[in-house]
Ligand binder design. Sequence first.
Ligand SMILES: Cc1ncc(COP(=O)(O)O)c(C=O)c1O
Length: 389
Amino acid sequence: MPTARPYVPAQPTLGWAQLRAPARPLSEHPFSAASVSWTHLGRSALHLAARVLGLEGKEVLVPAYHHGVEVDALLAAGAHPTFYEVGRRWALDLEDLEGRIGHRTGGLVLTHFAGFPGPASQVRALADRYGLVLIEDCAQALLSTDGEIPVGTTGDAAVFSLRKTLPVPHGGALVFNGLRGFQLPPVRSPAAGPTARGLLSRVLLRGEFRLPSQGAALRRLGAWLDRHFGSPRAGRPPAVESGFDRQQLALGASPLVERVARAHALASVVERRRRNFFHLLGALRGGSPPLVNELPPGVCPLFYPLWVEDKDEVLARLRAENVEAGPGWRAFHSRCDGGEFPEASRLRKHVLELPCHQDLGPAHVAHVARVTLRALSRDRTWRSRAAEG
Ligand SMILES: Cc1ncc(COP(=O)(O)O)c(C=O)c1O
């Protein structure tokens, strides 16, 4: 255990050892796929997929439980996103989905939430029945497999995001399954400065993670770098995701990002995430009914989804205990009328994201579990008081 009170960042951090490690060939999907293209972000990959697959001017059905940038990426490609419901346990109602297919529909997007594979073969069958294109959104499912089958091998195209699973500031991947002879537009390499600053913020985050008692000093250093060089703050990697920037569509992936990705032993990233998720599942299932009851073989979990009554309250309690949890997707995209999707609304209101990433050891996860159980018992007290009142 590093100290009596560990600091648990929401995202994986970057060490010098990884920066120095030799780059190796990546044998895991999607990097090993014959048709893989590295992209600047997951959203860029989705934008390209929609363009290459001819979705311009067509309706594309997207889950009502979405981040929002994927909707923007489709809009930028000239597609018209419409939405379908996602149930409490991320379940798809295939009948509801089928009922929404109309004569203008050209494609379906299937999102694999938090690394857990969605029903790809059933949605593939539906797409085939109606002659639709299927895109798998694997932005949250890098390195996941559905049993033996890598996630993202069923759709006409699959898109991935690197920066959620690995300590990189950007990076995405696009895979076409079966499509040959497509041409992608040329892209520019991103400027070295922002990439280096993004990597530095993950290095500073590693410092804060390893030396939690120096956290304040590292944050001061981050703020100083921020003032003098426009570097992001320590402990708070830049929020690429906050908005959709069309200019990013002209960019590719930096060689620095590829290098850092290649320095990782990806199998051990999966193994550690699974170990941490199991620990949280065992420890927390009594405190809040789990959204997913099990961890099927092959899943590389992005986070542990926790159902709470009052998200802000629980997040604040975790933060007070040095645990950075993610707030989850709170808002519908402006094109999506949330009132039509009560189940997705509930997910937005109640699910937060506990870290289970590869940097965390057993002591960190035990700390997360302990403080979460404490926060949950207050959450329950609040709920029962509210019910009495
Ligand atoms: C489901 C989903 N799709 C696509 C994206 C876009 O990925 P990126 O941030 O790499 O552009 C995100 C980002 O959070 C996402 O959650």
